[in-house]
Design a protein around this ligand. Structure first.
Ligand code: 39S
Ligand code: ZN
Length: 768
């Protein structure tokens, strides 16, 4: 019986990687210093995993930005536009790498980055490989071999990890028409074979191929690709031990395919889908090992060791001990590093902490499970403590709030409907708001400068009094309101200077939530989030945003939007309880947001935006599960948003949205206005709304806030005219495509002035 790990967080327990990268990008440190930080983190992680009792420790799970980008460099999938960087001869491989991740505007070059998108249903983003017809591949970066050797120098024989060829292709995008990227397999496979050859030469024993797509809905072509690829690999390397890892879903219906692949071991995510085990046990061939992903790699609760042992014993009885491996359910990239660093008992109560495990603690659980399974005794201290903590959590008064449960049980259909239909609401809202055609607004946040962040840091350290912090933020907000009035925006925002993060900020104010001080998880590149933790029934002790909304509105007669994060997004970007259905938690949060919406309305706020950027990414990975999810998630949004008078205008906002397949559900949300990301796709996204005859108002983003580039007024007029061709003019809003918090002021100022200019021009038909 072996323990293994699929991947360890690479940002470093103190976010060392973030600081090292950002310093390097800012020209404040050398490449050497950056590389040094990288190897330090790897060394620390390898030694830690060894110490915690992991038999097969991963390598190549480290990355300076993203593991899929690493693969694109390994197989030389470097789009044409980056070639001039290589040709310039002055730039290192690392510069090329970061250019692909972050774009490159220097030395007369202006090259856009690869697209970034969500990694399955997580809050991690990967860089999307770009493919052309008949694209050749060759071995370029040898990072995977270098890291294997690096670990070996430290006396650790690792299990290199890489994304398998089928999933790698499926994660990418065709950049020209007339071919299917899966047809590139014959071109791609030789590079994988070359890598394996070199790894074999370096005396590798195990290699982990991640093939998450094997657990998703597959077409015939993809199924054939799996068979072809792993048969070829087996043929060339009969002795190499291949572990095929699936995660985030189960093999349902595809167990036979998986079992037919000539690999040594198969990893199953038994946390996400425990039901896949019987099917697999009935088809698994004689020599294949089974890796049991029983420790949750996506959440922060301690394992139920008793339940996991039961599963392990069941499989050991069938396969024999030698064919069983124990592991977390997926890479630990998605959880924070180390719970032991949470020492502040005012932030995280010891009682709640005793129910939790971060990456390091999860490895300990994996090792403990092996010991317990092998020795068969359950009287070890670790086991008894685990069972006691679980029992305490179940009945803890801290978790259960009968009032909240009763309120959810009493939700009526009337609570998820507006009083009148949109057409009538629109008339009533117009009487109050008096907006011009093509009304202009922004998505909510304005640049979070270093200064604003440093005030918050000082407040936390006690170097700034709450009064002083408040005064500084009031000044900042006042200035922003004045400026928005000056440039002529029609619906203003207060700027959200008081918020650290659009989810954490609400988590900090809700009952049933706790937080960590250092529980950072990588979101993309050097950007991290600190997901708040739902441990109990959620309720709102008092208003959360009314203070700032009311203050901002008091400064101006122009409507100021109240800004909230929606229940589904709060749920999706938090660590949530695993002792009740997600829908139950979503309804609890929805009721808290509903109360906030009503308080904002009472305070005289006439426009309220409830952001739901994560509704799309929350979609289950298997299509058969979509209807159930859409039913409760759209209902949760409606519960949060419909408790207002017709005159109050509800907005919502979504990013990265491929809406075509859920447009009906988006319409069902019944927001008066939806603002969406559109500019990068040149308004193509709007076709879905046009074809569907989307009934309410839409604000298609007219410029891309993810880049410092300032678009011209003409460009935005062009895009708005395109929008006008599919959406009736009286339903169109004018806004950027996302919040501005990661932008700097100079480009923000300029771009918004151009944007207001574009809207004004369109209101004067003679001018355009
Ligand atoms: N998920 C969430 N939760 N929130 C989002 O906004 C998004 N947006 C999408 C998708 N998922 C999301 C894109 N993802 C960041 C992170 C994720 C993103 C986009 C942006 C981001 O900018 N993160 C910041 C970062 O990594 C941290 C934000 C934060 O919590 O740099 N800031 C804290 C605050 O403002 C400060 C935390 C901090 O680092 O209070 N403080 C310093 C320290 O403790 C000191 C700060 C100083 O003195 O300047 O060392
Ligand atoms: Zn957005």
């Amino acid at each position: 019986m072996l323990t293994h790990n699929l991947g360890y967080p690479r940002i470093g327990s103190q976010r060392q990687l973030k600081k090292a990268c950002e310093d390097y990008w800012a020209g404040k440190s050398t490449l050497q210093q950056l590389l040094h930080t990288g190897s330090k983190i790897r060394e620390e992680n390898w030694l830690l995993q060894k110490q915690e009792g992991i038999d097969l420790i991963p390598s190549n799970d480290f990355s300076f930005y993203d593991q899929i980008l690493d693969m694109s460099l390994m197989v030389n999938a470097i789009p044409e536009r980056f070639h001039e960087i290589v040709l310039s001869g002055k730039k290192s491989e690392t510069d090329l790498y970061f250019a692909m991740a972050r774009s490159f505007q220097k030395d007369g070059m202006d090259i856009t980055a690869l697209e970034m998108t969500k990694w399955f249903d997580t809050n991690y983003h990967y860089l999307v490989p770009e493919f052309r017809k008949n694209q050749p591949f060759k071995l370029f970066s040898t990072k995977i071999i270098d890291e294997f050797n690096e670990a070996k120098q430290l006396g650790i024989q690792t299990k290199p990890v890489l994304i398998g060829p089928v999933s790698y292709l499926l994660l990418g995008k065709e950049k020209e028409s007339g071919f299917d990227r899966i047809d590139l397999i014959p071109n791609l496979l030789p590079v994988y074979l070359e890598i394996l050859k070199r790894l074999e030469k370096a005396h590798v024993e195990w290699v982990q191929f991640d093939e998450p797509f094997l657990a998703l809905d597959l077409g015939e072509k993809e199924r054939e690709a799996f068979t072809y690829v792993y048969t070829q690999i087996r043929k060339e390397f009969p002795k190499l031990k291949i572990l095929l890892a699936t995660y985030f879903e189960g093999l349902d219906g595809q167990g036979s395919l998986a079992a037919s692949l000539p690999v040594c071991a198969l990893h199953l995510d038994l946390v996400r889908n425990a039901d896949q085990l019987p099917e697999l046990l009935s088809v698994i061939p004689e020599k294949m090992s089974l890796s049991l992903g029983v420790v949750d790699g996506r959440n922060i609760w301690i394992n139920d060791l008793e339940a996991s042992l039961k599963t392990i014993h069941e499989v050991v009885d069938r396969l024999g001990e030698a064919r069983v491996m124990i592991a977390p359910s997926c890479s630990l990239l998605h959880v924070p590093c180390d719970l032991a660093l949470e020492t502040d008992e005012h932030i995280l109560l010891p009682e709640i902490k005793s129910w939790m495990a971060f990456a390091k603690q999860k490895l300990r659980e994996v090792a403990l499970l092996k010991n317990l399974a092998k020795n068969g005794t359950k009287d070890s201290g670790g086991f008894l403590k685990n069972q006691a903590s679980l029992a305490a959590r179940k009945t803890a008064p801290l978790i259960h709030d009968p009032q909240v449960k009763a309120r959810v049980a009493a939700i009526t259909p009337a609570m998820s409907s507006r009083k009148s239909a949109f057409a009538l609401r629109k008339q009533n809202q117009q009487k109050v708001l008096n907006l011009p055609v093509f009304p202009t607004t922004t998505i909510g946040s304005f640049p979070q400068t270093k200064e604003v962040r440093s005030w918050r840091a000082k407040l936390k350290k006690g170097e700034l009094s709450p009064e002083e912090y408040d005064r500084l933020l009031r000044e900042e907000t006042t200035e922003l309101i004045k400026w928005q009035e000056e440039i002529g925006l029609d619906v203003l925002v207060h700027g959200e200077y008081e918020r650290n993060d659009m989810v954490e900020y609400f988590g900090e104010q809700l009952n049933g939530y706790t937080f960590s001080k250092n529980g950072w998880v990588q979101s993309y590149g050097s950007r991290c989030v600190k997901p708040p933790i739902v441990f109990g029934d959620v309720s709102r002790p008092k208003a959360m945003t009314v203070y700032w909304a009311e203050f901002a509105q008091s400064l101006t007669p122009v409507p100021v939007k109240g800004m909230l994060t929606g229940p589904v997004t709060i749920l999706q970007w938090s660590f949530v309880r695993d002792d009740q259905p997600r829908s139950e938690t979503a309804y609890q949060i929805a009721l808290a947001i509903r109360d906030e919406v009503q308080d904002l309305e009472k305070a005289g706020i006439r426009v309220i935006q409830i952001d739901e950027p994560a509704i799309r990414e929350g979609l289950p990975l298997r299509k058969a599960d979509w209807p159930g999810y859409l039913d409760w998630s759209i209902t949760a949004f409606r519960i949060s948003s419909t408790g207002v008078e017709d005159e109050t205008q509800i907005h919502t906002h979504m990013c990265y949205s491929e809406f075509n397949d859920i447009i009906r559900d988006i319409a069902d949300m019944d927001a008066d206005v939806i603002t969406i990301e559109c500019s990068r796709s040149q308004m193509e996204l709007l076709d879905a709304f046009g074809e569907f005859n989307y009934p309410n108002d839409i604000g298609p983003g007219v410029y891309d806030i993810h880049s410092p580039r300032v678009p011209s007024q003409e460009e935005m007029i062009f895009l708005l005219k395109k929008a006008r061709a599919v959406i009736p003019e009286q339903n169109l809003w004018v806004n950027p495509d996302c919040g501005l918090k990661t932008r700097h002021w100079p480009e923000t100022r300029e771009a918004l002035i151009q944007m207001v200019g574009a809207a004004k021009a369109l209101r004067e038909p003679v001018l355009v």
